[in-house]
Design a binder for this molecule. Structure first.
Ligand SMILES: [Zn+2]
Length: 133
């Protein structure tokens, strides 16, 4: 079970008291009346979904009820920071103890494949790497 620190209550509580509320620091685009349908849909539904450090909103639903932000690693679920809504994201050393080497090929086969510079998984594409018959 995860322990989540509410920056308003100033204590760590079990994750069951909280509800994930999506990506943090998402702002509404300016002049929405000039956007086409595709741009509106993208602003509403498309999120970054990073593998690694993510900044996300949480709500202490069974506590103070307030929204706050957290910096979490999406693979390890380790939280690196908690901060109040409206505050700027803290600077986080992404190389701390979550180096990509920890998740590279062979390091932990049970973890998702290492992402390349394009964001696509490294390794053979579908159909490649199979022996010709
Ligand atoms: Zn709270």
């Amino acid at each position: 079970m995860l322990l989540i620190h509410c920056p308003y209550c100033e204590e760590a509580r079990p994750e069951l008291e909280f509800r994930h509320a999506g990506e943090a620091h998402v702002s509404r685009p300016a002049a929405t009346e000039t956007l086409d349908d595709e741009a509106v849909a993208e602003s509403l539904y498309i999120r970054t979904n990073n593998r690694g450090l993510v900044l996300e909103r949480w709500r202490h639903i069974h506590g103070c009820g307030r929204f706050f932000n957290a910096a979490r690693h999406s693979v390890t679920d380790k939280f690196y920071a908690f901060y109040k809504a409206g505050e700027a994201a803290p600077e986080i050393d992404e190389t701390a103890d979550w180096s990509p080497a920890l998740f590279g090929a062979g390091a932990n086969p049970g973890v998702a494949p290492k992402l390349g510079a394009t964001g696509a998984p490294d390794g053979p594409a579908a159909g490649e790497g199979e022996s010709a018959r």
